[in-house]
Design a protein around this ligand. Structure first.
Ligand SMILES: Nc1ncnc2c1ncn2[C@@H]1O[C@H](COP(=O)(O)OP(=O)(O)O)[C@@H](O)[C@H]1O
Ligand SMILES: [Mg+2]
Length: 208
């Protein structure tokens, strides 16, 4: 079976304001098979977030991939054009960030935030959009789905907000979900609840 994601000898460095290059990743290689869950362990500052950003070409302006290759479903992501990358991000590979309050729009209802992800990635028609949004919320929030969907982020707990991000991440049925320490800002009980939510949605790899 072919891997969905293949990373070979990836090197990333950040340039300081003075122009010095700081190596953040040096020779990362791995392959991810379909349905496989992979965890990346490492102390704070070891490069976990850098890896997630690099493979989606989302590094900040001073971050550079200096060597290596990233292939997703056979395509070379380091050579991909901006439009091709836009099609892949969010739809084929989605990313859940560490801090839900920074990733959600504060004045938009949770349901609308998921609908917009679907709309941005080509789902057509009001009823199809509403139906898929409802389906995703039902999968993640069960009997609370409608209430959560109508809520604004400030009306939700940290765990519920993080699960809205999971809803966004799985909405388009991606091949890969990257979760960058998605439970780090939550208390232990909510962390457990969220891990169960991940298991039941059945995909992804975490760096917890
Ligand atoms: N924008 C940046 N500019 C310069 N250095 C950075 C930047 N982002 C991260 N780094 C450095 O790269 C290293 C890896 O950081 P990061 O990927 O955030 O680690 P982790 O996610 O494992 O905590 C750290 O030493 C960090 O200071
Ligand atoms: Mg990090």
């Amino acid at each position: 079976m072919a891997s969905v994601l293949e990373i070979q000898d990836l090197h990333v460095s950040y340039r300081s304001r003075e122009g010095a290059a700081f190596p953040a990743l040096a020779g990362v290689s791995f392959g991810l098979m379909p349905s496989e869950i992979m965890g990346v362990l490492g102390e704070s500052g070891s490069g976990k977030s850098t890896l997630a950003a690099a493979l989606l070409r989302l590094l900040p302006g001073n971050g550079n991939i200096t060597r290596g290759a990233v292939h997703f479903e056979g395509r070379d992501l380091l050579q991909a054009k901006p439009e091709e990358l836009r099609q892949i991000r969010g739809r084929r590979i989605s990313l859940i960030f560490q801090e839900p309050s920074l990733a959600l729009h504060p004045t938009m209802r949770a349901g609308e935030q998921v609908r917009q992800v679907l709309a941005a990635h080509g789902s057509q028609g009001k009823s199809a959009l509403n139906e898929r949004t409802h389906q995703v919320f039902a999968e993640i929030f069960r009997e609370e789905a409608d209430r959560i969907s109508r809520s604004y982020p400030h009306q939700l707990s940290g765990g519920q907000r993080q699960r809205v991000l999971i809803a966004q991440a799985i909405a388009c049925g991606p091949s890969i979900v990257i979760a960058d320490e998605p439970t780090a800002s939550l208390d232990p009980a909510t962390q457990m609840e969220l891990s169960e939510c991940f298991e039941s949605s059945g995909k992804g790899w975490g760096s917890r």
